[in-house]
Design a protein around this ligand. Structure first.
Ligand SMILES: NC(=O)c1ccc[n+]([C@@H]2O[C@H](COP(=O)([O-])OP(=O)(O)OC[C@H]3O[C@@H](n4cnc5c(N)ncnc54)[C@H](OP(=O)(O)O)[C@@H]3O)[C@@H](O)[C@H]2O)c1
Length: 325
């Protein structure tokens, strides 16, 4: 056993936690070790982390006792919830509370809670600008995370509240990439008007989290927001045009139209984009590019991410037709 500090990472086989595991594992002389937490230690991703040098341990964030075991002896804990696995803000709240309770019980010295804004502070439930969803939320997957901040602060945990951003990978995995319109042209559809959308390569979240752990007590008790770029829809379309070698146009629909798209989570995401659009200055201001780059100098802009990932973006083949044909 060495004297390296253990960082217990929830969601180690996922985007945020995986990035953190790899950041720690690559920094061989950095003084930290990874405890990668997963429900299935036998999965390919878990085995890969083990091969890279991580300690892999089983956890279920719905089971507080398993969290206590997983955090025992750890210096740091990275905590994240998985809204899109269950679409339940109540479940996220319960899971965050369990993680906070387990971190307290284990005496963890530094917790990073991957959170987002409780949008009800800007748009109270009675505000008709956007519909209330699930009776208690405006943007369920944001609001529950923001509300859960208190589980960490009320316990006086040494916590950093990490505000993440839209993953550039949503263009690959979340169905948000360019789609062919009836006119045969490619369109990226976002209800952002001419406002900026802070985004990030999901791998960079973990790199930033590692930098936060490495800075010791500097960010304890603080909220830290990160992004790799703040492009507008027009700028995203231009970058995609260059990367894909075919014109991509920006289809700026209204949030109402987006909410009506009918896919699971469309209303939640329609409200989310409306919040980002209507509170652009606060939302971007909380995610300074300069600060993010100071934390993680290799932070990827949208263009840099596209350079590496253009071939992973699914694009339907098609022939462009002139409008009116
Ligand atoms: N997409 C975006 O643009 C975006 C932006 C900001 C924030 N977020 C937030 O990011 C969160 C998801 O993080 P992510 O993208 O890193 O997740 P992810 O890549 O989808 O990874 C999910 C991982 O969580 C683990 N997991 C799921 N349920 C678990 C449970 N009950 N106990 C323990 N582990 C569990 C799974 O690992 P095993 O199967 O190995 O257990 C899985 O690998 C969401 O809450 C979302 O709201 C997303």
């Amino acid at each position: 056993m060495d004297d390296k500090k253990i960082i217990a990472v929830v969601g180690a086989t996922g985007a945020q936690g995986g990035g953190l595991c790899r950041a720690i594992l690559k920094d061989v002389g950095g003084g930290y070790r990874v405890r990668a937490l997963t429900r299935n230690t036998g999965s390919d991703k878990a085995k890969e982390l083990k091969k890279m040098g991580a300690e892999v341990m089983e956890v279920d964030i719905d089971d507080v006792e398993s969290l206590k075991r997983a955090f025992r002896g750890a210096h740091g804990a990275f905590c994240v919830t998985f809204f899109w696995e269950h679409f339940s803000p109540e479940k996220e709240l319960a899971e965050a509370e369990s993680m906070a309770a387990a971190a307290k019980a284990a005496g963890v010295k530094h917790v990073i809670w991957s959170t987002l804004e409780d949008t009800r502070k800007w748009v109270p439930l009675g505000d008709p600008r956007m519909p209330t969803l699930m009776k208690k939320y405006k943007v369920p997957h944001f609001d529950a995370k923001g509300e859960a901040n208190r589980f960490f602060s009320e316990r006086d945990l040494p916590a950093t509240f990490l505000l993440t951003s839209f993953y550039w990978e949503n263009l690959i995995h979340f169905g948000m990439g360019p789609k062919r319109g009836e006119d045969g042209n490619l369109y990226i559809t976002l209800p952002m008007g001419d406002k900026k959308l802070p985004g990030i390569a999901s791998e960079d979240i973990g790199k930033c989290a590692y930098a936060i752990f490495r800075r010791g007590s500097e960010f304890i008790g603080k909220t830290v927001g990160i992004a790799g770029g703040h492009p507008t829809g027009v700028q995203m379309a231009a970058a995609l045009t260059k990367a894909l070698g075919e014109e991509v146009r920006y289809n700026a629909v209204s949030p109402e139209v987006y909410r009506g798209f009918g896919f699971p989570g469309a209303e939640d995401l329609g409200n989310m984009f409306q919040f980002k659009r209507d509170f652009e200055s606060a939302f971007c201001g909380a995610r300074s590019l300069e600060f993010s780059r100071a934390l993680n100098p290799s932070m990827k802009t949208f263009e840099a991410w596209l350079d590496e990932n253009r071939d992973r973006i699914p694009v339907e083949k098609g022939t462009r037709r002139a409008s009116g044909e």
